[in-house]
Design a protein around this ligand. Structure first.
Ligand SMILES: [Fe+2]
Ligand SMILES: [Fe+2]
Length: 283
């Protein structure tokens, strides 16, 4: 299934304009080295912890947006929602392959998956549909930041195993393509600032807490947890003065502005470059 929308419209900040394409990928991942990212346990297990949460998390995103699908009047946004659902479903499918390979290396990625599934079930039961959608919009801000301000910069993809770099490039590209969909659906339906902002604050605490816990657990499972030098290097890489995550903080806080819109940050030229490099005829 392919849903394409006029690419020129992605340059606007107005709202319901998206350039989305659902790509069915089939990455040849039969085996990968244990530390597939720069031969570095810290970097590899950090992204592996995130990957462990994708299937259950992305399943929830689809659920939360489907609840509002019938209320959307704008035909372009309706089409974008269908493409969003298609893209997220394919992400989970491919990440499950990576997750299974990491389980074979002895990591409890299945535990992460179960825990996220439990949390999402709790969300579905106890949170209002408005809060569920606000959660999705918040996490989509995180995934867009991870794509545009991490994976798109500083040649990080080049440091990965050549079989896995296209998986992360493809996921990052599509997260950028659909970064405004949940936000625009939220604005077109719920449009409550208190819920949007408070849910981002809750989501941030939970996301950082659980990701850190999962990451530390995977580090313990690697048997490298006693390597002080590696910890110092890794922490500096992400949180030091020039650290990747530290540099994201100003962009993270933009979400709290009243006039925030995901398309205020435009990384189209980088997306085009990576599409040409990693997606070939599926660009
Ligand atoms: Fe995704
Ligand atoms: Fe997404």
């Amino acid at each position: 299934m392919t849903a394409a929308i006029n690419p020129a419209l992605t340059q606007t900040h107005a709202g319901h304009h998206h350039d989305l394409k659902v790509r069915q990928m089939d990455f040849a991942l039969n085996d990968i080295p244990e530390f597939w990212y720069d031969n570095d346990p810290f970097k590899t297990l950090l992204l592996s912890a995130l990957s462990g949460g994708f299937p259950a998390g992305e399943h929830f995103f689809i659920h939360s947006i489907r609840h509002f699908q019938d209320q959307i009047k704008d035909p372009e946004l309706r089409q974008a929602v269908r493409a969003f659902i298609g893209q997220e479903a394919h992400h989970s499918k491919e990440h499950e392959v990576l997750n299974d390979l990491m389980i074979k290396h002895g990591y409890s990625i299945d535990r992460i998956d179960r825990n996220v599934a439990f949390a999402m079930k709790w969300y579905k039961t106890y949170l209002s549909p408005a809060r569920q959608l606000a959660h999705t919009a918040a996490v989509e801000h995180f995934t867009a930041l991870m794509a545009e301000e991490y994976l798109f910069n500083s040649n990080e993809l080049d440091k990965m195993d050549a079989r896995l770099a296209p998986l992360w490039a493809w996921h990052a590209i599509e997260e950028t393509e659909h970064k405004a969909v949940a936000f625009d659906v939220y604005k077109a339906t719920v449009n409550n600032e208190w819920i949007r902002l408070s849910q981002m604050a809750i989501c941030t605490v939970m996301f950082l807490g659980f990701s850190t816990y999962d990451f530390i657990t995977l580090m313990r499972e690697s048997g490298r947890q006693g390597d002080v030098k590696m910890w110092a290097k890794g922490i500096n890489y992400y949180w030091g003065t020039k650290g990747i995550f530290r540099k994201m903080i100003p962009s993270y806080f933009k979400y709290y502005r009243k006039d925030f819109h995901p398309w205020q940050h435009n990384s189209q030229s980088m997306v085009d470059k990576l599409k040409a490099k990693y997606l070939g005829d599926k660009a």
